[in-house]
Design a protein around this ligand. Structure first.
Ligand SMILES: [Zn+2]
Length: 153
């Protein structure tokens, strides 16, 4: 699967795409023709018709998404591109790198005692130096995702 290249207003969607296990890059400024040509091997996700016309002319893969509604964006994307609506959660939410499963013994000094008692699976992002475990945060995410994609289930 190609890397998704998202216009700046779609940062919320970008986060969820990472949870689904896809590579995501965010456009920082306006999408210019030069910017598009530089990234023409990526899959563009956009909300502007003008940009869609530009991408069409340059023959770059893209999908035009509805503005403002994360739910509508996510549903459109999953349906149109036939993505699996399943969270992989092995991707760092900060930088998008793949997480590495680690032994908790190696991180003992960084894990709160309660977490140490309750969980055995830990993942680590070497780039951000961040440790992840299947905590309440993940439970909340799963619940929220279910709400978002409910019409598909
Ligand atoms: Zn990271």
């Amino acid at each position: 699967m190609k890397t998704f290249y998202l216009e700046a207003s779609l940062s919320g969607l970008g986060k969820w795409l990472r949870f689904l296990g896809y590579k995501v890059e965010m456009v920082s400024g306006r999408l210019t023709k030069e910017e598009i040509l530089k990234n023409r091997n990526k899959f563009f996700l956009i909300t502007s018709i003008e940009t869609a016309e530009m991408l069409e002319k340059l023959q770059v893969d893209y999908l035009l998404l509805p503005r403002n509604s994360l739910k509508a964006q996510l549903l459109t994307l999953i349906t149109k591109l036939n993505l699996k609506p399943r969270l992989t959660l092995d991707i760092c939410t900060l930088c998008g790198s793949k997480l590495i499963p680690v032994k908790k013994e190696d991180f003992k000094d960084r894990i709160p005692p309660k977490v140490w008692e309750r969980y055995s699976e830990f993942n680590y992002c070497p780039k951000c130096d961040k440790l992840y475990w299947e905590g309440d945060h993940i439970k909340r995410l799963k619940r929220r995702f279910k709400e978002l994609i409910t019409p598909l289930l």
